[in-house]
Design a protein around this ligand. Structure first.
Ligand SMILES: C[S@@+](CC[C@H](N)C(=O)[O-])C[C@H]1O[C@@H](n2cnc3c(N)ncnc32)[C@H](O)[C@@H]1O
Length: 669
């Protein structure tokens, strides 16, 4: 036996061989057909050259190599284990999608290397991993994220199936779908449960095979994904095949998984929605991909849940709710940003109307869950009740980077504490500390929100500086007014000009007509629209812009990265402004806001939902006035502590609760 090579090096050799044969006529014909097929399916979602030949061809070769390696591995594994699986090509022959890739054959020397590898690695679990990891690697660098192709790590896939409460020992006839199945990791975790049940003698293997073939559904717009999913499912169900002693048919025909299909479920959903809803369980890690609304020919079917920017995961969630039978369950991996904010507010509302939230697992920490996904993620489990009933409690878990998921205790908490509704807008609060929900309830209690108070107006600064570069100036002159950028804003601190050199060329703006943006002529509160990462736990950063500044310059502009709160009426309101600024910078306001908002942006909409302790503002104003004096650092700290303390007492926080808030949110000093 020759020395066994590693899987990546075998794949590299296959890929080189594929490329060397890629200029044949048969390869060219297959590529043409592949491109035509992809074009028709992905057109609404991808722009900028996804299907240009210089990108699509290497991708096509890489997929060809990956699939051939995977198919060959499986058939060699079966041969080594003395299964009668028929010809190596059997997999290709029964699947329509394989026509794009079957122009190629692995040469005998490479087949021998694969045989060696299987002999050295006979463990079936290893092989399952190896296929996906190799597929991931082989697509790396080939714009693999153009369609949101991030594959679900095994631990997360298993957790999602746990959350779906999928137990084949109880209901083998449940229909399960992954509408964007990728390489099939989630469905493989589902099928793995059935294999385990067969292995432990609880299920009859023939019955299990028949149920798996008729009840497992997966869709994807990429032929390679469909084939990889079928391969994964084949691997996951091989232990069942081992027990079944089925005569005659090859393993490929027996475990063909006809419900896994090349299909865009979003574009043509009517045969699977509502009355026709066929699925008992939906599990999904959908693509997170911003798409252009006007390019989606079917968008009107989803209008109900869309507001502003559209992301594909929103469409998939709504698709899934409508494709699920009454009493069915859905488990989705979604970005945390779904929990709050205006863009997903309609979707949240529809989810709340149609489903109960059963469980939430929040993944904290940016790395480890998905190596390259920038977004913090969470899993949500929903149930679509058949009739109106009392909303169940929610199981909340927090997992650092998706680790030790099986061991994390869940906090069981009331639905209305997690799905928090304020001024008709629902937000999902996620914490594994019961006390946090209690604090939130105290803060929001009966208090009026900033959006409801007519005395104040919340505005976006409104000047987009890079659209007016010709009018920007580094120094003052008689036609110019200052331009406030977020670099000038700290908690209770306003510095103009700011020390940040990046804004030194845009400190003033030519204010001759036509004006490039609104001019503010009053004292106001200025807030950063984006919170820097170093300000963890502190999400609201506000400062007063005082009258002396306005008087000195006669007015000012503010960038669109700045929010401005202006008093609407008289001097009395202006006096309250200082108290409002103190409240917004307080630890408790930041704590409560952090519970209902997870984005690093602070929009007008977000600000409007913050409750305001109106009767406390005068007192807070007098305390905050001291901050304008020349205080030492120690005195500033002490004043801020006094403000925090006043706020805790006002909202009736216990000493334990105040301590918790102090622990989560650093002082503004
Ligand atoms: C995040 S991946 C799925 C990962 C998968 N659950 C796994 O663990 O292997 C998202 C998948 O959605 C697919 N996709 C993108 N748009 C789609 C659409 N409109 N219909 C179906 N699938 C789509 C992509 O091709 C990609 O394979």
């Amino acid at each position: 036996m020759t020395e066994s090579k590693t899987l990546p090096s075998i794949l590299t050799e296959i890929a080189q061989d594929v490329t060397s044969k890629g200029d044949s006529q048969v390869a060219a014909r297959a590529f043409k057909a592949y491109k035509r097929c992809l074009e028709s399916l992905v057109e609404p979602y991808v722009g900028d050259g996804f299907l240009d030949e210089d990108k699509a061809l290497p991708r096509f070769f890489s997929e060809t190599a990956t699939l051939h390696l995977a198919v060959s591995l499986i058939s060699q594994w079966c041969a080594t284990h003395e299964h009668q699986v028929g010809r190596t090509g059997g997999f290709w022959d029964i699947h329509e999608e394989s026509r794009f890739f079957s122009w190629y054959r692995i040469p005998p020397d490479l087949s021998a290397q694969i045989r060696n590898w299987v002999t050295v690695h006979p463990d079936i679990d290893d092989m399952l991993q190896a296929v996906t990891l190799t597929a991931e690697d082989s697509l790396a660098g080939l714009r693999r994220h153009s369609l949101g192709e991030f594959f679900t790590p095994t631990t997360i896939a298993q957790h999602l199936v746990d959350l779906a409460d999928y137990d084949p020992r109880i209901t083998l006839d449940e229909k399960v779908v992954d509408p964007a199945c990728g390489s099939g990791n989630l469905l493989a975790a589902v099928v793995g449960r059935t294999a385990q049940a067969v292995h432990s003698g609880i299920l009859d293997p023939l019955q299990a095979i028949s149920a798996l073939n008729s009840n497992t559904f997966g869709f994807d717009v990429q032929p390679v994904a469909v084939l990889l999913t079928r391969l994964q499912l084949l691997l996951a169900s091989l232990p069942i095949w081992e027990h079944s002693e089925l005569p005659g048919k090859s393993v490929y025909e027996t475990l063909s998984f006809p419900g896994v299909r090349l299909r865009d479920p979003l574009s043509d959903p009517d045969d699977l929605w509502d009355l026709f809803a066929r699925f008992d369980v939906v599990v999904s890690n959908p693509p997170f991909l911003k798409v252009t609304k006007s390019r989606l020919p079917f968008v009107e079917k989803y209008e109900k849940v869309l507001y502003g920017h559209v992301n594909l995961y929103q469409l998939f969630l709504w698709w899934a709710i409508r494709a699920t039978r009454p009493d069915g369950r859905l488990v989705f991996l979604v970005p945390q940003s779904i929990r709050s904010g205006q863009y997903s507010s309609r979707l949240r509302q529809e989810i709340t109307d149609a489903c109960d939230v059963v469980a939430v697992t929040s993944f904290v920490g940016r790395t480890g869950v998905f190596d390259c996904v920038e977004q913090p993620m969470m899993a949500i489990a929903l149930k679509k009740p058949a009739a109106e009933s009392q909303k169940p409690d929610v199981k909340v878990r927090i997992s650092a980077n998706g680790q030790t998921l099986g061991e994390i205790p869940a906090l069981t908490i009331g639905q209305e504490q997690v799905v928090w509704t304020q001024d008709g807008v629902s937000t999902w609060c996620v914490s594994n500390e019961r006390m946090d929900y209690e604090i939130l309830a105290k803060v929001f209690g009966e208090h009026t929100t900033l959006g409801e108070i007519e005395d104040f107006r919340i505005l976006n600064g409104g000047l987009v500086w890079n659209q007016h570069t010709e009018r920007l100036k580094p120094t003052e002159d008689e036609d110019a007014l200052p331009l406030i950028s977020s670099a000038s804003i700290g908690a209770h601190r306003f510095i103009f000009p700011p020390s940040d050199k990046r804004v030194s060329k845009r400190l003033f703006v030519d204010a001759t007509s036509p004006l490039p943006g609104p001019v503010y002529e009053n004292t106001s509160i200025l807030l950063k629209r984006t919170t820097p990462k170093i300000m963890r736990g502190r999400r609201i950063v506000a400062t007063m812009l005082l009258n002396d500044f306005v008087e000195r310059y006669g007015g000012y502009f503010a960038e669109n990265h700045v929010n401005v709160i202006v008093p609407q009426q008289d001097d009395a309101t202006s006096r309250h402004l200082l108290g409002l600024c103190a409240w917004l910078n307080s630890r408790l306001a930041n704590f409560a806001f952090g519970m209902i908002n997870v984005s690093s942006h602070l929009s007008k909409f977000d600000l409007s939902l913050i409750p305001v302790p109106i009767s406390l503002l005068t007192e807070l104003s007098s305390l905050a006035e001291r901050l304008a004096d020349n205080l030492t650092d120690e005195q500033i700290k002490e004043t801020l502590e006094r403000i925090d303390e006043k706020v805790f007492v006002f909202f009736g926080l216990s000493s334990k609760e105040s301590q918790r808030v102090r622990q989560v949110v650093p002082s503004a000093g």
